[in-house]
Design a protein around this ligand. Structure first.
Ligand code: CTP
Length: 397
């Protein structure tokens, strides 16, 4: 896919700049041509020599270099590429891009280009979360700039959180997607995610430990393949992915309503951990300790959203994928669940506390299709999502 593609790579000044060297190598391995542009602060982290050696290209650094202008003007440089990639994209670079500044070669190229731009942000977690950076991000996305990452994790500065630059394979996947329409272009995929909250009274609820991480990662991976996503999410710990249509709900009943309202979909992925029951006699006012004894909660069953959609007589998505969270006999229970609910695939996982999967960053799943169970190795939830999205694309593209 990347053969003969021309990438203009702007390397900003951040500790993640070292990953850009590997990015250049991997891009070239796949047949891409890379022209590096190194910012002044980028040159504090990587040398022009290493970049130029890996790229087998001249490294452009200076806006006012006469030789460069003689060889290739900055307008031409910014337009000769198929895609401009900024990695790492620092908070400063993002701010300059959002503000339309052009006070060095990199920002001038970014302002002068008529090509798509993909940024891989990298910065301290507080800088990333700062309202100014989030505002700039929203502006850039509104301008059509593509974004990969940042990821959550330990950072070079010793803090933990979102801000780590996406890994090289993720950046390459995003470049691939940016340069192609994506196999799922024009496909509508519905994804449910997160827990549901079932009220006991206006201030209390019953919930489960789902963080929404796996559903969010799946929506993100499908969007990267070009799908239009409707993301119906309960109150999750992780923020919804960018670039998808988000519908926030609290209860299972609201989730069913949102799923039904989402319209025809080519595929539906039910990653939400929907509560099985709601409190039938939920208080309309806060239940008080009034001396009349302990409250007696009565439960009623929630609608089974996955089964409802799987068994639709009309307008059933071509592919319906359920999840099975089990704590014992995982494959047997999940296989039975697939038949009982009528979905096409079940992604089964063991959520017993010892696995650390619920609320954690990794997952070990077994994909159950009509061909039987297929155990996948334990990997990050992002990697599970990428692999699942690729399988879904094969099925419905
Ligand atoms: N699901 C759903 N609606 C419900 C319950 C579950 O859509 N009311 C979906 C989940 O999103 C998941 C699948 O059904 O894709 C299986 O969820 P799980 O909690 O593992 O199974 P249950 O159907 O709740 O069965 P059990 O509690 O008996 O394991």
């Amino acid at each position: 896919m990347l053969a003969d593609k021309h990438i203009l790579l702007i390397v900003g000044g951040g500790i993640a700049a070292f990953k850009s060297l590997d990015l250049v190598r991997r891009l070239r391995e796949q047949g891409a041509r890379v022209t590096p542009v190194l910012t002044k602060s980028g040159a504090e982290f990587v040398t022009p020599l290493s970049l130029s050696a890996l790229a087998a290209s001249k490294v452009y650094q200076d806006l006012f270099s006469l030789t460069d202008e003689a060889e290739m003007g900055h307008i031409e440089l910014s337009r000769a590429a198929d895609l401009i990639v900024v990695a790492p994209a620092t908070a400063d670079l993002m701010a300059k891009m959002a503000g339309g500044l052009a006070n060095d070669l990199a920002t001038t190229l970014l302002l002068a280009t008529d090509k798509r731009v993909l940024i891989a942000p990298s910065m301290n977690v507080r800088m990333w979360n700062h309202p100014a950076t989030q505002r700039n991000l929203a502006t850039l996305q509104g301008d059509g700039v593509l974004v990969v990452g940042p990821n959550e994790g330990d950072m070079a500065c010793g803090e933990y959180g979102p801000g780590r630059m996406a890994e090289v394979p993720e950046i390459i996947a995003a470049i691939d997607a940016a340069l192609s329409d994506g196999p799922l272009k024009g496909r509508h995929v519905l994804v449910t995610s997160g827990p549901t909250h079932e009220p006991i009274d206006p201030v209390r609820y019953i919930a489960n430990r789902s963080s929404g991480a796996q559903g969010t990662a799946i929506a993100k991976a499908l969007a990267a393949l070009g799908a239009d996503i409707t993301f119906v999410t309960g109150p999750a710990d992780v923020p919804p992915p960018l670039g998808v249509k988000v519908v926030k709900v609290q209860t299972a009943a609201q989730m069913l309503e949102a799923v039904t309202a989402a319209g025809a979909a080519d595929a539906a992925i039910f990653a939400a951990a929907v509560a099985d029951w709601h409190v039938a006699n939920a208080g309309t006012q806060k239940i008080k300790k009034d001396g009349s004894g302990l409250p007696k909660l009565e439960f009623a069953e929630n609608p089974d959203i996955l089964a409802t959609v799987s068994q639709m007589k009309q307008g059933r998505p071509k592919l319906v994928v359920g999840f099975a969270a089990e704590t014992q006999d995982v494959v047997a229970h999940a296989t039975a669940k697939r038949l009982r609910k009528g979905c096409d695939w079940i992604v089964a996982n063991d959520v017993s506390p010892a696995t650390g999967i619920m609320g954690g960053t990794e997952n070990a799943v077994t994909l159950i299709t009509d061909a039987g169970p297929e155990a996948w190795p334990r990997m990050s939830k992002d990697a599970v999502a990428t692999a699942l999205a690729a399988r879904i694309a094969k099925e419905i593209a």
